[in-house]
Design a binder for this molecule. Structure first.
Ligand code: SF4
Length: 235
């Protein structure tokens, strides 16, 4: 990782350079994303209906994690935040439909029970990969003097606090157990990742609880890291 970061000049408040932006995009691929593109921050779609979908009907994690609705950032706050950035490194990690749409996996997730085939752990590993990529890109961008803020996919309790009874950040002044890895998801903040994926040409298949592996080619977990030319540690 150290050799990677040397490609970006450290510690300066730089204007955004094309080679640095491309380095961040390529870094997403190098660290495990299947695809990554640069989009203007103005192409980030923030729609209140996306955030409401976490609550109506209520997702099993709604209210159970500090990064999930109704906790977290309001749609207004997200729009104001996005407006502060110039571009986004938008990426996706593809997940085999035999894993993400495996029989019984949604019940296993909601009940917090690991399945014998290991699909739950495998899927959790893919979510952790998305969070890891955004944290790596944030670090690279900030080291180069840029502001950066990333959003992952899903909730952070399942991948990082699966064996814990509650989200520590919600109940204790100790705060988050995993502050260097956890983050808001795009969807929890109202970002319409499905439409954004379609606009950059990615085939994407919504996968619900009744979906069967043979009916979808794959699943996609998406994330985005917003970048601007000034340091911005506002959130
Ligand atoms: S990582 Fe754990 S403690 Fe931190 S916000 Fe997520 S659920 Fe809460």
């Amino acid at each position: 990782m150290k050799s990677d970061t040397t490609a970006l000049k450290q510690g300066e408040a730089n204007p955004l350079k094309n080679e640095d932006v491309e380095f961040l995009r390529k870094s997403a691929i190098d660290h495990g994303a299947d695809e990554a593109v640069i989009i203007p921050a103005s192409d980030v779609i923030v729609d209140p209906r996306v955030r409401f979908k976490c609550m109506i009907p209520k997702c099993y994690m709604s209210g159970g994690c500090a990064h999930c609705p109704p906790h977290g950032l309001s749609v207004r706050e997200v729009k104001d935040l996005v407006a502060e950035y110039e571009l986004g490194v938008f990426f996706r990690v593809k997940v085999d439909s035999k894993i993400i749409a495996a029989a019984g996996i949604h019940e296993a997730i909601e009940q917090g029970l690991a399945d014998k085939k290991g699909n739950l752990m495998n899927l959790g590993g893919n979510y952790i990969l998305v969070f890891t990529i955004i944290k790596v890109l944030e670090k690279y961008a900030r080291q180069a003097g840029y502001g950066a803020y990333g959003f992952g996919a899903g909730n952070c309790k399942d991948p990082f606090c699966f064996l814990q009874p509650v989200c520590q950040r919600l109940v204790s002044s100790k705060g988050c157990r995993n502050p260097d890895l956890s983050a808001f998801s795009m969807e929890s903040c109202g970002m319409d990742a499905y439409t954004m994926a379609a606009r950059v040409g990615w085939d994407h298949y919504p996968i619900g609880g009744t979906c069967e592996p043979d009916t979808v080619p794959r699943g996609s977990l998406m994330g985005i890291v917003l970048v601007n030319r000034k340091k911005n540690e506002a959130v």
